[in-house]
Design a protein around this ligand. Structure first.
Ligand code: 5GP
Ligand code: MG
Length: 177
């Protein structure tokens, strides 16, 4: 496991996920919600969140590859769909691990809008507002965090660290070698 220091505890995450689910249960009460979850980083957040939702939900996955390596963002996004899904006229909630520069989510929202959803909102576990390059905001945010590279609760460094129950800041010595 790469060295990291605790930023957000398991208890804090679970508490905040419950609050987000309560907000969503109010907003979408009596409706059917199409969740589009971005692999791989959002998988754990998504699976905890959906088990607290009371409305009907359908889950879809897609994979957006924007990080070519390590901790630096690349500016092009490649999309892979695990299955074809129709969201025309549906209420869509895009669930992502982290909103950083905004390039990934901006691209995904534009792509999904081409499929004429009835509504589309964004839910992210983490938000790094200081890093934003594009003017995009999430409708639901778990935690705002400083500009540090984090791992855990689904987020990786070179594919490791997703299994951590907490969120930790990656030790700089791990990537400044
Ligand atoms: P953006 O396109 O907003 O710059 O980046 C979004 C994607 O970059 C996220 O889905 C995530 O995969 C990755 N990313 C951005 N910041 C971090 C971070 O601190 N830790 C990890 N593990 N991934 C990050
Ligand atoms: Mg990601």
């Amino acid at each position: 496991m790469y060295r990291n220091r605790l930023l957000i505890t398991e208890e804090q995450i679970q508490h905040r996920v419950r609050e987000l689910a309560e907000d969503l249960n109010k907003e979408y009460r009596g409706k059917s919600l199409d969740i589009v979850s971005v692999l791989k980083g959002a998988m754990i957040f998504t699976s905890d969140l959906i088990r607290l939702l009371e409305m009907d939900v359908r889950i879809h996955f897609l994979q957006a590859l924007s990080y070519s390596s390590g901790t630096e963002s690349s500016e092009t996004v490649n999309l892979h769909f695990t299955s074809v899904f129709d969201i025309r006229d549906c209420d869509v909630l895009l669930v992502e691990d982290i909103l950083d520069t905004g390039i990934t989510l901006d691209y995904l929202v534009k792509h999904l809008k081409e499929n004429a959803p009835g509504s589309i909102r964004i839910c992210v576990l983490l938000d790094k507002p200081d890093r934003r390059k594009l003017n995009i905001q999430a409708d639901y945010v778990g935690f705002q965090i400083p500009d540090d590279f984090v791992i855990g609760y689904g987020l990786d460094y070179l594919e490791y660290g997703r299994q951590l129950k907490y969120i930790g800041v990656l030790d700089r010595s791990e990537y400044e070698k």
